[in-house]
Design a protein around this ligand. Sequence first.
Ligand SMILES: Nc1ncnc2c1ncn2[C@@H]1O[C@H](COP(=O)(O)OP(=O)(O)OP(=O)(O)O)[C@@H](O)[C@H]1O
Ligand SMILES: [Mg+2]
Length: 381
Amino acid sequence: MPATADQVLDALRPVQDPELHRSIVDLRMVRSIEVHDGGSASILVALTIAGCPLRAEIQRRVSDAVTVLDGIDRVDLDFTVMTDDERAELRQRLHGDPAATAGSGQAQGHAEGRAIPFSRPGSRTRPLLVASGKGGVGKSSVTTNLAVALAAQGHSVGIVDADIYGHSIPRMLGTDREPTVIDQMLVPPEAWGVRCISIGYFVPKGQAVIWRGPMLHKALEQFLTDVYWDDPEFLLIDMPPGTGDIAISLSQYLPRGEVFVVTTPQPAAQEVARLSAAMAEKVNLEVRGVIENMSWFTGDDGTRYELFGAGGGQALAEDLGVPLLGQLPLVPALRAGGDTGRPITAVDPGCEASQMFARIAERIAVELKPKRVYHPELQIV
Ligand SMILES: Nc1ncnc2c1ncn2[C@@H]1O[C@H](COP(=O)(O)OP(=O)(O)OP(=O)(O)O)[C@@H](O)[C@H]1O
Ligand SMILES: [Mg+2]
């Protein structure tokens, strides 16, 4: 007795759409199921968009789920594409209606059209802003590897590349696809368990972004509102160098943002890094920790060379009254991993730098976990 169509449907319930991470049955992608004598089943699946890049992955997942059933050893899978109305309905169910929250008038954390989900009081997402007053100290490398380390520890993680002019996260993370657009909702590409959005997906390669302030704000706002982040535990923000406009926008959009300052060990860098802390204070964001990068280089003979001096991270941490969360060595493989989209934390988790990223991730997730706010009026006496 071969399995029935109902049993096939049940077998498909745990199958998730690889981008939306929801059951394809709940997403109403499974359109028809027929079981035939002779051990085959015909299934029609509606893709969200034509030319869905993950079609082959969906095919594999569906076949794997169904061919384990008794009496079915072949699946004939056909694809169709959702209509505009179906996409609009799907977006509405997953992401809400922008019109519903428009103009409700809250100033803080509220963009023009839609509320920024991470500024709602009940949001579980911790926005982590990776900053430094100085360029080239490793903000983007730290953001990428920290995100990968958090994901490897089982957390759901996204990255917003807020460096509009000098975007580098797509290359460092190795996301080779563009975001999928479902009725104006952007589904961020994912690599190593980390989702990411960047202006890099929207400008042709090699072309410079030459926007003025208002356009930067608009882009950032869209990164926070029009992207289907799906309530991640951590949203890392790779900040541009300096202490400008973007920090001000972000502080309005993400009033619960936690700032992590990256510095190299020499006093000059530490002084500039202090500027970004001063900036954070001005816009009411809390600095939660310091990360020292390029702390030493270990030679073939095992000797540690402190190429950029020593002590800057510790001094800055003491100055700001926050912990020094870790010191990252200078390793060529870290740079190479950033250039090729194979972050060192993902491809060589056992090396010294990766272990330090894992340790920093753990400290942020556990040690720096915000304390729950208890309301005295709710106390039972
Ligand atoms: N610990 C490290 N070991 C080796 N190379 C590193 C390390 N940290 C960063 N780098 C390299 O240094 C360069 C600058 O790093 P990165 O782009 O992360 O800095 P940034 O602070 O984001 O720069 P920008 O201010 O331009 O945004 C990159 O080529 C990166 O691969
Ligand atoms: Mg950078």
